[in-house]
Design a binder for this molecule. Structure first.
Ligand code: 1GP
Length: 253
């Protein structure tokens, strides 16, 4: 299996180039909204698209990926809420294990079911240690996963969990306070995790402003993921993408 995207992410991290991912939940979009967001994202210079959701009801992930690919040549990566979201039209999948939780189904159960299908369709598999962090209110992710998120003000728990993920051999670490979180992952928590591990760190959940995006990247995130704020206002992608580039430049200097 290829490692194209993983190599790009690692190279970006080593060069201090920060990345912006736009999250699209197939349930929360329409063809017209998606077309605008993908077009704006392309023009703004985002790095990749994530597609998926903790719970999909009406949205069709396959159609959504295909529509993105008609407009953009940026990588499209599945961010799966369950094994049902595996789809062959994507470039890659975040192969998540929910290591902040103690639900065996999301630590290894779904992965066993997905593995033979992933081998068959041959998309890039990105082994990702996924950690849910309390974002101030229950999110679909915390409810559906039936797990307790890491308390918002416990950076040490996050750092120890992340280190265990690195020792277990995951290639990426994703700190997420859940879609639409009131509180984004704190600067203190990101710094503690950054100090402890050397894996690329992805941070998402509740990032709505340029300032928050910058704070998150300056604290040590290598990639940020934004969904809700762009669903509400696609044009925001221009200023956030600019801020991400500025953070990259300041790191390179
Ligand atoms: C959720 O990290 C993502 O899993 C993005 O969250 O929708 O709050 O931007 P938002």
């Amino acid at each position: 299996m290829s490692k194209i995207l993983l190599n790009i992410i690692n190279k970006s991290k080593n060069e201090g180039k920060k990345l912006l991912a736009v999250l699209i939940d197939p349930d929360d979009t329409t063809p017209a909204k998606l077309s605008k967001l993908v077009t704006d994202s392309n023009l703004a210079g985002v790095d990749l698209f994530l597609v998926g959701g903790s719970l999909l009801t009406e949205g069709n992930i396959g159609l959504c990926i295909e529509q993105i690919k008609e407009i953009s040549d940026k990588p499209v990566v599945i961010f799966p809420g369950s094994v049902m979201q595996v789809h062959s039209s994507a470039d890659a999948i975040l192969f998540l294990s929910l290591i902040s939780g103690r639900n065996p189904e999301l630590l290894i159960g779904q992965q066993v079911q997905a593995a033979p299908r992933l081998k068959e369709i041959d998309i890039e598999v990105l082994p990702t240690a996924y950690m849910l962090v309390n974002g101030g209110k229950p999110t679909t992710a915390s409810y559906i996963s039936n797990t307790e998120p890491i308390p918002h003000n416990k950076p040490t728990i996050a750092a120890c969990t992340a280190l265990a993920g690195e020792f277990l051999g995951f290639q990426l670490l994703y700190l997420d306070s859940g879609s639409g979180a009131e509180l984004a992952v704190s600067v203190e928590m990101i710094k503690a995790v950054r100090k402890t591990i050397s894996l690329p760190i992805i941070v998402g959940g509740g990032i709505r402003t340029t300032q928050q995006a910058k704070k998150t990247l300056q604290a040590g995130a290598d990639m940020i993921v934004i969904g809700t704020a762009f669903e509400e206002n696609a044009s925001l992608v221009y200023e956030i993408a600019k801020a991400v580039k500025e953070c990259s430049l300041s790191k390179v200097k």
